[in-house]
Design a binder for this molecule. Structure first.
Ligand SMILES: [Ca+2]
Ligand SMILES: [Ca+2]
Ligand SMILES: [Zn+2]
Length: 815
């Protein structure tokens, strides 16, 4: 009997392990998806920013247009504009903007095939007394599962809108089909002293499987409003009466801190158990003057009891969050949900059919179709390397789930990773050639050779660049070690890993770094610096060494890293911290490594820590270790520039980097010359370290902004070096990158939709709002160096992006 009881206890424990998630509702949601992914996770709008925003007190509201006549309105592009009496919110009429779902040619303005645009002449009115626009929209788009309408505001006053990069004043409104949507956008910082135009635009993206022939939007009751407590959208100081914390929560041993801006309090804060309403912890509010301002902060790191809690300061209480050992596992499920919905060539229930079967490329005069893997972003473009790196991070997280005995999560991650691995194998052609990239922003028509698959960037680009093959060989090698249930796949991955390394090596020995400017060109992988490239080679070789035990790869790994080590700054700068330890792009040491968009900043520490792990007896071991220590010290030192926040700064810049033009423009997207003036201003808005160096919190950047993938990648470097050096400070820095994403930022928003609370709509375009979506990331304003996060929802910063999801998974796999 005792034995049976023990057995029963063991079974029960095992069952508990299978359901190690924390959130009961999520558990139910996962079950309801059919355990795995028969359908995406349901959208919980109740904790969204938009629902919260509509609860704000309106102190002034003026009806701007009730759409009773067409005076002042005009139409451009495809489709049309008229009044309708079919439905209305105010009066009898609504404005009806229509477009066909597809079009025989490209208009060459707007996105996709083109735009149906309604424009209203505002005549230079001053809107500065208002801080919000509110309106009602009823989409009636047959069969359309991802619906949005764009709103544009143009200003001709002191500051022009749109700006030169076309990012300001554009707002994507994500909508639910077949019902009135009450929509608003707060505009506290939008220049609006002389508003010339208010526009609505439908983008025509083609006909997805279930869609009909037309897109119809009825718009009514546009009001200009003034609300109390509009969001603060720039700078480091939070809005009034906010407690800035990780809305997901904290691990038991996390550094548990928050930033408080509450008008009336008694100097103390309380932690309240959400289930019992008991005050479980009391602490003092600290005042702190840092390099970015005066703050009040709290810390409850010594409170280690798992549970669901709120923080209370004065009369302000946060939404509930968790303290839990496995705090990041729920986010893995959610981000996984986003990744699943981004699958290409696969029918995702409620999202899209098996897509893009007609996208094609040519190799050896033969045409091949290619879909699969995951779309990169909202526009459905694909870069095979992104799919490869995403598969890699899914495997990293799978390894973490396995270690923690979270079998459900492990299986699901492995399943999704295998979807990506198939694409990695499928895109291999011959002799090291691979289908590498294609751009689209359309649901294509299924016919090969029509305009939607054969014009401009839509054709699949094929090349045999060594850089990609080095990376793929490492991904394939790691995948081979992770596959446990498919011997044939496991063996094949090992075989192609060896082949791809050999292809890369042969080409790299012949062409060196020059191939990156020639090669495929124009894609984000080409941002790689020489020092990063050599670290990539080293890491892939180490992975092959781990897989095969072949000393050849160990030697390759140790040889390649020598170049990288020679690029590390070992001489201190002349600032008072005597900063050093960062890496230069190449041996010329004119340009320092920074990332602006895609980032592979972790590769330096990944390569070095893996060398130390796999070759502890190598004569260079002490050099590798010293390099890791120096870099770790660098990261720890620069964190003071963002205190009391934890977002990793971009790092040190040399004043003349802009003159190193080949390097400089390679890391920028959408600008290829003439950045000298702005470069200088951007540095001057950072911190001057010595006569030649500045520190920037945000990257120097221009058209493409948003740093989630950037600071998460450096966070990964902090985690890797922290683990190797057994340095809790570095691990805390790594986790701060996660906290920033889920709410410990000045705006208190979670940047992952559905994760934690106060998550806002993102630029989702063809995919539609999706649980787990994560954007390109926080931006800075023009040449400034402070965070800037307006509600205006547009690319680049708010566009959902698999690269950010990749870095998220990769970093949480360290905890
Ligand atoms: Ca009306
Ligand atoms: Ca086609
Ligand atoms: Zn697709």
């Amino acid at each position: 009997m005792k034995k049976i009881l023990i057995l029963l206890a063991l079974v029960l424990c095992a069952t508990n392990f299978l359901w190690a998630q924390i959130d009961e509702k999520l558990k139910k949601d996962i079950r309801n998806t059919g355990y795995l992914h028969n359908s995406p996770l349901p959208l919980d709008y109740s904790k969204s920013f938009e629902v919260f925003g509509l609860t704000k007190k309106v102190v002034k509201s003026d009806l701007f247009s009730d759409m009773e006549d067409l005076n002042g309105w005009s139409h451009e592009g495809i489709g049309g504009l008229k009044l309708t009496k079919e439905r209305s919110i105010s009066g009898k009429n609504s404005l009806r903007l229509t477009a066909p779902t597809t079009y025989p040619q490209f208009l060459d303005w707007g996105l996709g095939f083109g735009t149906s645009m309604a424009s209203f002449d505002v005549n230079g009115a001053n809107w500065e007394k208002y801080n919000r626009i509110r309106l009602f929209i009823y989409p009636n788009c047959e069969g359309d599962r991802s619906i949005y309408l764009n709103l544009y505001i143009e200003n001709d006053g002191k500051i022009k809108v749109p700006d030169k990069y076309g990012r300001e004043g554009i707002h994507e409104m994500n909508l639910i089909n077949g019902q009135w949507n009450e929509v608003f956008v707060e505009m506290p910082e939008l220049p609006r002293d002389k508003v010339t135009k208010l526009k609505f635009a439908i983008e025509v993206f083609g006909k997805e499987r279930t869609m009909g022939d037309s897109l119809i939007f009825d718009i009514d009751a546009v009001s200009l409003e003034t609300v109390e407590n509009p969001e603060v959208v720039s700078g480091w100081t939070p809005a009034k009466n906010r407690i800035i914390h990780s809305t997901t929560g904290y691990r038991v041993q996390s550094d548990k801190s928050a930033i408080v801006r509450v008008e009336k309090h008694n100097g103390n804060f309380e932690l309240i158990d959400h289930a019992t309403n008991d005050v479980v912890y009391n602490g003092k509010i600290n005042r702190k003057k840092t390099l970015i301002g005066d703050f009040e902060t709290i810390n409850f790191s010594d409170f280690k009891k798992e549970g669901q809690y709120t923080i209370r300061v004065g009369e302000v209480t946060t939404k509930p969050f968790y303290i839990n050992q496995n705090i990041w596992d729920d986010s893995a499920w959610r981000v996984l949900n986003f990744i699943f919905c981004e699958r290409c060539g696969y029918p995702v229930p409620g999202k899209h059919g098996a897509c893009h079967a007609d996208l094609n490329g040519t190799f050896n005069e033969k045409v091949f179709p290619v879909n699969g893997g995951w779309h990169d972003a909202a526009d459905m473009s694909q870069q095979t390397l992104q799919t490869g790196e995403l598969a890699y991070s899914l495997l990293e997280m799978a390894s973490n789930a396995k270690e923690k005995n979270n079998q459900e999560l492990y299986l699901r991650l492995m399943e999704e990773a295998k979807w990506g691995l198939d694409y990695i194998l499928k895109t291999r052609l011959d002799d090291g050639y691979r289908a590498q990239t294609w751009g689209t922003n359309l649901w294509t028509d299924g016919f090969i050779g029509t305009k939607d698959d054969s014009t401009k960037r839509r054709k699949v680009r094929v090349h045999d660049r060594a850089f990609e093959n080095f990376l793929f060989s490492g991904i394939e090698a790691y995948a081979s070690t992770m596959i446990a249930d498919d011997e044939m796949l496991k063996f094949n991955l090992q075989k192609v890993a060896i082949e791809d390394y050999a292809f890369a090596k042969e080409r790299f020995d012949r062409l060196g770094f020059d191939e990156l400017s020639g090669g495929g060109g124009g894609d984000h992988a080409a941002m790689a610096s020489n020092s990063q490239y050599m670290a990539n080679i080293s890491y892939s070789a180490s992975l092959l060494f781990k897989l095969t035990g072949d000393q050849y790869y160990a030697k390759e790994a140790a040889k390649a890293i020598k170049y990288t080590l020679d690029c590390q700054r070992t001489q201190p700068l002349k600032d008072k911290d005597r900063l050093r330890g960062f890496f230069y792009r190449d041996l010329n040491k004119k340009s320092i490594v920074h990332y602006t968009h895609q980032s592979r900043d972790f590769i330096y520490m990944q390569a070095l820590t893996t060398l130390c792990e796999t070759q502890p007896d190598n004569p260079d071991y002490q050099k590798w270790k010293a390099s890791i220590e120096m870099y770790g010290d660098y990261l720890k030192t620069i964190m003071k520039y963002v205190d009391p926040y934890g977002m990793m700064p971009s790092g040190v810049y040399h004043v003349d980097e802009v003159k190193d033009s080949l390097n400089f423009y390679r890391v920028q997207v959408g600008i290829s010359e003439g950045a000298g003036k702005d470069y200088k201003k951007q540095l001057e808005n950072g911190v001057k370290l010595d006569s030649e160096h500045y520190l920037r919190v945000f990257p120097v950047w221009f058209s493409f902004r948003g740093n989630a993938a950037v600071h998460l990648s450096t966070g990964k470097a902090a985690a890797l070096s922290g683990k190797f050096l057994n340095d809790k400070k570095l691990l805390d820095i790594a986790e701060q990158q996660l906290f920033w994403i889920v709410g410990k930022n000045p705006f208190g928003q979670s940047l992952i939709w559905g994760e934690g609370s106060n998550y806002a709509q993102q630029y989702t375009a063809l995919l539609g709002e999706t649980v787990g979506e994560i954007p390109v990331g926080m931006q800075s304003k023009f040449n400034g160096d402070e965070p800037y996060w307006p509600q205006f929802n547009t690319a680049t910063y708010k566009e959902i992006w698999n690269s950010s999801a990749t870095k998220w998974l990769s970093l949480i796999s360290e905890f």
